[in-house]
Design a protein. Structure first.
Length: 389
């Protein structure tokens, strides 16, 4: 299906990038992801806070020098004024400035693909959500793990009732690689993730917890009503929390639990979920992402493999290869770009895009994630008191 996107529009979508320079962690992943299906062409950018790095990044990516900007506001203005200006911008800066960058482009009439967590605060998230609504532009949040075929199939299974009545939703994003489980010796070398002044002491919830929280709602279609949170700082010399345990209550007695951590020593990536109903349960791990374990009560466990027949069209188009070929993280991330391209092209060719946006993480997911972080912060300050969501 992705192969028909370009013939509909007759050209590639013109993409701009803010952040994601050669000095960034995530920029290269975006470049691999948006190039996968050939739907996008990078034509402009303000790639780094450091202008030399921004220019070097643009030059390295063959962006025309007059479209490498020193400032994202200038980029939004000048790209909007061009007849061949960008269709969509991807924002891969630290989250503290997502709101200002996104609003500059939305107000210039440009669609936005934005990194998580949505913003720094709930107030900013709500202001941005209002801007998205009034602009009428598309807004996609790169909660990339929802791009895995077997995560999408888990969603189909849960929503079809195959697990019966849901009971427990358990999600972990507990990493422990040396780069995160040990604090650097020199505080001046800390990445912004580990500075309380950047995203607060609770940054672990935005960085990894928000992905886990998004999966809980993406798969089940449910948001919890209240939470209780406790957070700890376990690595020496660290000024932010690096471990968080959250409990959730849902309607109709469903309960949930989220563990976000940087100090699960030795854990490689650490994202997984287990969802239990009264008829069956499912389990998935990012490190073995091609497989979904399905455990009905009355039959032996089934290990479902991505790329097999018998899934929905949506899941089937999320696998580029037949079973046996590992696809993994880059293609999951690419699926977010491919689904976004479907929605962007549908909007441009007048075929409507609201149903296509239903498969993607959007502004509403970003606001929900920020509400979770604010409630967890309040709960932790009161030693785990339950807080409404
Ligand atoms: N989806 C994922 O799996 C995933 C993984 C890692 C990071 N992220 C998210 O991606 C975002 C970026 O994270 P990172 O680790 O790459 O951060 P980083 O600090 O390593 O890189 C940020 C980039 O933004 C640039 N930048 C900063 N201010 C700028 C400005 N005013 N104008 C233009 N460029 C500017 C920096 O120079 C750098 O190139 C964050 O929101 C983070 O949470 C997502």
């Amino acid at each position: 299906m992705y192969s028909t996107i370009l013939t509909k529009l007759g050209r590639r979508l013109r993409l701009g990038m803010v952040g994601g320079g050669f000095d960034s962690v995530i920029g290269e992943t975006h470049r691999i992801a948006y190039q996968t299906d050939g739907c996008y062409e990078l034509v402009a950018g303000a790639f780094s806070i450091d202008q030399e790095i921004s220019r070097a990044t643009g030059a390295g990516l063959l962006v025309s020098p007059d479209r490498i900007y020193d400032d994202y506001r200038d980029m939004a203005r000048r790209e909007a004024a061009r007849t061949d200006g960008i269709d969509v911008v991807v924002i891969a800066t630290p989250p503290q400035i997502h709101k200002d960058v996104a609003m500059a482009f939305l107000n210039a009439g440009i669609d936005v693909i934005c990194e998580k967590p949505l913003t720094k605060t709930v107030a900013e998230a709500e202001e941005l959500a209002a801007c998205v609504a009034s602009s009428g532009r598309l807004f996609v949040l790169t909660h990339c793990y929802s791009g895995f075929p077997m995560v999408r199939h888990a969603r189909d299974l849960v929503r079809s009732g195959a697990l019966g009545r849901l009971r427990m939703i358990e999600v972990e994003f507990a990493g422990g690689a040396p780069g995160v489980s040990v604090e650097v010796e020199d505080p001046a070398q800390r990445h912004w993730r580990f500075r309380a002044a950047s995203m607060g002491k609770e940054a672990v919830l935005g960085e990894v917890g928000s992905h886990a929280y998004h999966l809980m709602s993406y798969i089940t279609g449910m948001l919890p009503q209240r939470l209780s949170a406790r957070m700890q700082t376990l690595a020496a010399r660290r000024e932010v929390y690096d471990n968080a345990y959250l409990d959730f209550d849902y309607k109709e007695g469903v309960v949930g639990r989220l563990w976000a951590s940087y100090v699960a020593t030795g854990s490689q990536h650490g994202l997984s979920f287990r969802i239990y109903g009264d008829q069956a349960s499912i389990e998935w791990r990012e490190e073995n992402a091609e497989y979904l374990h399905f455990r009905p009560l009355q039959t032996p466990e089934m290990i479902l493999r991505s790329g097999q027949d018998g899934t929905s069209d949506f899941v089937a188009r999320s696998s580029r290869f037949r079973p046996g070929h590992p696809e993994g993280y880059p293609l999951a991330f690419a699926n977010i770009y491919a689904e976004a391209a479907l929605a962007l092209v549908a909007a441009r060719t007048g075929t409507g895009s609201s149903d296509l946006m239903g498969n993607l993480p959007t502004i509403a997911d970003g606001v929900a994630g920020m509400r979770m972080i604010a409630a967890a912060t309040a709960s932790n300050q009161k030693d785990g008191d339950w807080q409404p969501l």
